[in-house]
Structure formats: C-alpha cells, structure tokens
Design a protein around this ligand. Structure first.
Ligand code: SIN
Length: 310
C-alpha cells in the first residue's frame, strides 16, 4: 500500500539561492539554503508528510555525473519504500532538463519523480520557488501520477520533452511540439495527455551507471555558417569517446565538419547528429552518413554516454 509521504531530494539551484537585496533577481548566489530551512519557510507545507535529503548543493550549471549517479541511487531507494508516494527533487533551472532526462533513462518509476525549480532566489520580494514546490507536491500526491516530470510555473512537462526556453521569465520551460503533460491549478491537476511512459531499458542502464568506473567523455559540437573540423580534430586528439553534433535544420552539417566527424567515426568515436532547432526532431533518411538522435543535443549527449557505458 503506497502511503502519502513524499521524499524531497534537494540539489540546490536558484530556488535555494540568496541575494543581498530582495529586489535583486539575477545577482544572487545559487544553492545557499538547506532543504529543511527551505521547506520550513513555506507555510502551505504544514501537514505534509515529508522526508528530506540534501543530495547536493550546487548551481546546476556545475552539475556532475557523480551527483546524477547519487541522485539516481537515492531516488531508487525512496521509490522502493512502500510508504513513499513519490519523490520531489529541487533543482536549478539551467540543467534541469538534462537531469530529468538522465533520471528518465535510468529509473523506470511507477511512482512520480517530480523535478522543480525557481527563476528567482529564495530572498526575492516575490519568490516563485514556494509555489513551484507546492505544485510539485500536488503532482507527487496525485492519484495515478508516474514517471519523471518537471513542474514549473504551474505546468507539468515530461522529462523527454522539457527544455528551458527563457533566461528570465518565471514560466521558463516548454515541452515543444509534444505539449505539456498538464497543469496544476489550486492543487488540482488538469491533465492534457497521459503520464510519460517508463523507458523499458532503464533498469539495465541503472546497473551500468552504478558500476561505472569512468564516465565516457562525450562532447557537443555545433554546425553553423563557416563551421570547420578543427574542434572535432582537437577533441579526437584528446581521446573523446563520443561526439554529438548540434546540426542545423534537419541535422545538417557543413562539408568540412562532416569530413572531420566521419574521420572521427572511422577512428572509433561514436558520433550522433541532433538539431540545434528548438523544436522538431531530426528525421532520418536513407542517405544519412551519421545516425540521428530524436532528442535535443544536451539530451542526445546523455543518451550517448549511457549507451557508451554498455
Ligand atoms: C541553477 O541552475 O542552479 C541556477 C539558475 C536557476 O536555478 O535558475
């Protein structure tokens, strides 16, 4: 029988940030307030049954694979407890979509794993973190909720689709073409589509993540006007394991960059094409010289790293 307790795993971010002035929404230091202090400052959480863990305390631009591994292990631990209804993860907005996708690839949760965040620090005149946290709790407690999702500004996004699209607005995330999973309105959920399906291979991937001695090195290079092969050649000389090329349009790559990527592939470097377009996905066709990923470059990088772990 699943209880109504929620495990809150904190990793830092602006949500836990502090600025010198309540009017400063950009000149703050992220990841300053501990999870218990943060939750205690939200009166709306009184009466919630919570268990908390400070898994990390970082600005998410500094997110590491070791933190991801620890986070995945702690998620798995709490999800396996009968009395835990779901997991809420507090996170910075900047790499939230990467963490969400990573967790989607390694967990196959039949319970909800809800990432949430804030665009304004905890010290702001009107911080957005408290409402986002309460909304995330509503999602974690919702009947039938499952899978890895992100909640920001009242919108629920699936881990595969979510992307930060704005540098400043409180509603900073989009689900692109796929559209949001739903909305949280006054603690009620209005669903637009089904909860994200679990990744069938996730359990096997998790075992590889746990036992990995070394994380594969995968870098992202971009196609653009005048793009050449020098960056790729330098990375290959450094022993890179994989490359994701953020191609133009439908994953297209300049002749010089393509030549360098094909030379890298011939030396055993795994090369994957994605698109730098904010929406849509690369549509493969018969003449393709490099395989394509269906997800954004930062997520294709996670996908390739996990594949290389095998
Ligand atoms: C971060 O990603 O940790 C800082 C920025 C933010 O949370 O909005």
């Amino acid at each position: 029988m699943t209880g109504k307790k929620i495990a809150v795993l904190a990793t830092g971010g602006t949500l836990a940030g502090k600025a010198a002035s309540a009017h400063d929404n950009v000149g703050y230091t992220a990841a300053q307030v501990g999870v218990d202090e943060l939750l205690a400052s939200i009166p709306a959480l009184q009466g919630f049954s919570l268990v908390t863990e400070q898994v990390a305390q970082v600005d998410s631009k500094d997110m590491t694979f070791d933190i991801w591994r620890k986070l995945a292990v702690r998620c798995a631990h709490w999800l396996a407890q009968d009395d835990i209804r779901g997991v809420v993860i507090t996170h910075g907005t900047d790499t939230l979509e990467e963490t969400a996708f990573f967790l989607h690839c390694v967990l196959a949760p039949v319970k909800p794993v809800v990432l949430t965040c804030a665009m304004r620090p905890a010290t702001a005149l009107v911080p957005d973190g408290p409402q986002n946290i309460v909304d995330a709790m509503s999602v974690a407690l919702a009947e039938g909720a499952r899978g890895v999702v992100a909640v920001c500004a009242g919108t629920i996004h699936g881990a595969v689709d979510v992307a930060k699209q704005h540098t400043y607005r409180l509603d900073a995330f989009t689900s692109g073409d796929a559209g949001a999973v739903g909305y949280v309105e006054e603690r009620q959920l209005r669903l637009l589509r089904d909860w994200p399906a679990a990744d069938a291979g996730a359990t096997a991937v998790m075992q590889k993540v746990i036992s990995a001695g070394r994380w594969p090195r995968v870098e992202i290079v971009m196609n653009h006007a005048g793009a050449g092969g020098a960056m790729v050649e330098a990375l290959v000389a450094q022993g890179v394991d994989g490359l994701v090329v953020a191609g133009t349009g439908n994953g297209t790559v300049s002749a010089d960059l393509m030549a360098a990527l094909q030379a890298a592939a011939a030396k055993g470097v795994r090369v994957v094409r994605a698109t730098r377009c904010a929406e849509g996905q690369v549509i493969a066709h018969a003449g393709d010289r490099l395989p394509a990923s269906a997800v954004a470059p930062v997520k294709a990088r996670v996908e390739l790293m996990l594949s290389l772990l095998a």
